[in-house]
Design a protein around this ligand. Structure first.
Ligand SMILES: Cc1cc2nc3c(=O)[nH]c(=O)nc-3n(C[C@H](O)[C@H](O)[C@H](O)COP(=O)(O)OP(=O)(O)OC[C@H]3O[C@@H](n4cnc5c(N)ncnc54)[C@H](O)[C@@H]3O)c2cc1C
Length: 360
């Protein structure tokens, strides 16, 4: 962090989990990397992420990335230095249309060495007495999934990267190109020349890509959660991570044994790209109402905090990591729509591979 790098092999714009995972993979290959972020490491969505990690993804195309990401998280990162995956596994309640897809998805996971099984409502009640499934419902249980503290993982990535990574606390204002090849990044602290550039700045990537004529449409989507202190002496230690595809909610044990983190899918898009601590009472009650059907203890739980934040969403609804054909040396990795943390190790490996190819 001590000096401004005039050159680097690669500039990574965005010091969230995607940018950091990519940067670490590049330094591991002996390359110098400048990570440019106006708010410091994990100052965007990553810093408030719930950190839920799992491999199962019944619809959409990211099960491969999620499974590869979980495998890295299980090993505590590429060098065994990250915090361990926490909790008692992950339970995904299936929406009515999910069951047909769940069977092949679970089979694929098992074939790839992941522990995944389909539970009936009765199985769920037996294993997790604190949870209430509906009669006839099914859920996928992943014993080795769970959650991680996102800020600590980010810090571990920076440590792993070592002196080949330079942090630059500055705003990126544009990309530099010569002909159809990217040559660096203009920042509020000066110019950094590089052989390749990764844009991993959430919705901030759209105007930056436009400076070299690349169209990258993205929107923000509201993502937030509440923290509840359970009443009646109840503790969270017997709860798995819960993802409820029926109600669009999720839940995980918080660091303190009596507190749970609970969120409900929000349909609000185009919200400001801001992180606000604290949750309005109306939102607290909306979340409580939805989660009550799973955790009756929430009825008398005290709200003790939470965040209202955002994530970048691609209009197609699927995030992507890709080398841009229009500008050689430019890779973009964006649009995770509330699910980027679990994918990050796999996305980082893929992005680093694309950047190295672009430099060859
Ligand atoms: C409340 C919440 C809970 C979540 N829970 C989960 C979960 O449980 N599991 C899961 O898998 N995912 C979860 N997500 C989603 C996941 O956290 C995000 O998809 C992921 O962190 C996005 O990482 P990123 O690196 O793409 O972006 P970010 O973390 O947003 O990083 C982008 C960075 O770019 C910087 N930036 C932007 N513009 C510029 C510029 N012009 N110049 C310099 N810097 C710039 C920002 O400061 C920011 O630090 C959650 C998200 C939220 C908000």
């Amino acid at each position: 962090m001590s000096w401004f790098p005039a050159t680097a092999d690669v500039v990574v714009v965005g010091g969230g989990i995607i940018g950091l995972a990519t940067a670490e993979r590049l330094t591991d290959a002996g390359l110098t990397v400048a990570v440019v972020d106006e708010s410091g490491i994990a100052g965007g969505a990553t810093g408030v992420s719930g950190g839920l990690v799992r491999a199962f993804a019944p619809s959409g195309g990211d099960q491969d990335l999620a499974a590869a990401g979980l495998a890295v998280y299980r090993k505590r990162g590429w060098h065994g230095t990250w915090p361990a995956v926490r909790g008692r596994g992950s339970l995904t309640f299936l929406a009515s249309g999910d069951l047909a897809q769940a069977h092949p998805a679970v089979t694929a996971l098992r074939e790839a060495g992941h522990k995944a099984e389909i539970l009936t409502a009765e199985d769920v009640t037996t294993r997790f007495p604190g949870l209430r499934p509906a009669a006839g419902e099914y859920a996928v249980y992943e014993e080795e999934a769970g959650w991680l503290p996102a800020r600590e993982v980010s810090a571990a990535l920076v440590r792993d990267a070592g002196p080949l990574l330079r942090q630059v606390r500055a705003r990126a204002t544009g990309l530099l190109a010569s002909g159809s090849r990217v040559t660096g990044v203009e920042t509020s602290a000066g110019t950094i020349r590089a052989r390749a550039v990764l844009l991993a700045t959430g919705t901030g990537s759209t105007p930056l890509a436009a400076t070299v004529g690349v169209r990258l449409p993205l929107r923000t989507r509201a993502v937030g959660y509440c923290l509840f202190r359970l009443g009646g002496g109840a503790v969270n230690t017997d709860l798995p991570v819960v993802v409820d595809r029926v109600a669009g909610s999720w839940l995980r044990p918080w660091d303190s044994a009596s507190v749970v983190l609970a969120g409900v899918f929000s349909p609000r898009t185009d919200v400001p790209a801001e992180v606000r601590h604290g949750v309005p009472e109306q939102e607290v009650e909306r979340v409580r109402d939805v989660l009550l059907r799973r955790i009756p203890h929430l009825a008398e739980a005290q709200p003790v905090g939470g965040v209202m934040a955002y994530d970048a969403m691609s209009p197609e609804g699927v995030g992507s990591v890709e080398a841009r054909p229009e500008v050689a040396g430019l890779v973009t990795a964006t649009g995770w729509n509330g699910g980027g943390f679990k994918l990050a190790p796999a996305v980082g490996e893929r992005a680093a591979g694309l950047l190295r190819e672009a430099m060859a």
